[in-house]
Design a protein around this ligand. Sequence first.
Ligand SMILES: Nc1ncnc2c1ncn2[C@@H]1O[C@H](COP(=O)(O)OP(=O)(O)OP(=O)(O)O)[C@@H](O)[C@H]1O
Length: 316
Amino acid sequence: MIELHHLEKRYGAAMAVRDLSLTVPEGELVALLGPSGCGKTTTLRMLNRLTEPTAGHVLLGGQDTRNLPPEQLRRRIGYVIQHIGLFPHLNVAQNVATVPDLLGQDRRATARRVDELLALVGLDPETFRHKRPGELSGGQAQRVGVARALAADPPVLLMDEPFGALDPLARERLQAAFREIQQRLGKTVVMVTHDIDEALRLADRVALMQGGELAQYGPPDELIHRPASEFVRQFLGEDATLRQLAGRPILDFVVTGPGQPETPLVDAALNARSALSVMLREGSDTLTVTQAGQPIGTVHWSGLRALPQPAEPEAS
Ligand SMILES: Nc1ncnc2c1ncn2[C@@H]1O[C@H](COP(=O)(O)OP(=O)(O)OP(=O)(O)O)[C@@H](O)[C@H]1O
């Protein structure tokens, strides 16, 4: 658990972050979201003391980070940034193994772990282990960056726009892979993003910031359905519900059963927003969901929570 208590960062007369208090529960992914310059990166960097707060403090597992030696702090908190800074003269495996090697961990165990992690982030170890960073695409390099952060096995990961440089498809894939790994390994993650879709799709809680202050902190549903201010409502936009549905697999909404005759068929791999589009297009409030061609259940209009108005034209 990470607790931020009245954090403040002042640069001269300017307040980059003002009286920021929030708690990140263990094992959760929290997104720091907000317009450019609102203080997201400054907040993130105050968590591992890359930036020292002007006032306030941070508790990590109940311990005041001001009392932890920096090496110990960095060992407990991994840090992933957009331009990952892989070592160009080391190959992928050596890059991923940086921290375990520094800690003098068993080389054979590390090599096995590196392969596991590469596979986890969707890079075939055989193909990628010996490549140099210069031989990787941007997306592959970002995957290596995420694997490297996980290899250090810190309980807490800080990520600053970790998927920022990717094309939309690669970004979605890496986001999904990362979310799965994060949940499986129970990592506590604080991620800076200015991508609303990313925040709503991945985060357990979103901290929406405005001018250095917390505009609202809560689960995506809460920000969407109970915006604390006009700023929050406008920032998330009119199509916030659609954005959220795009991040949810249709399987989340399936009522298991034999399917319903005479209803359109949709594949279980679709996301909920696409299912909604099929309903609108076909004029049917029920769809039969199939997996490997076999019906596994139905999804209903009423089941897609808090539906937007059917008139929303861009539901495609
Ligand atoms: N080292 C610094 N010296 C002076 N001002 C700074 C410094 N770092 C950040 N700031 C200012 O603090 C404010 C918050 O910056 P920060 O980088 O935290 O914002 P951000 O929300 O992460 O923005 P972006 O999304 O554009 O990266 C900005 O007004 C910025 O100009």
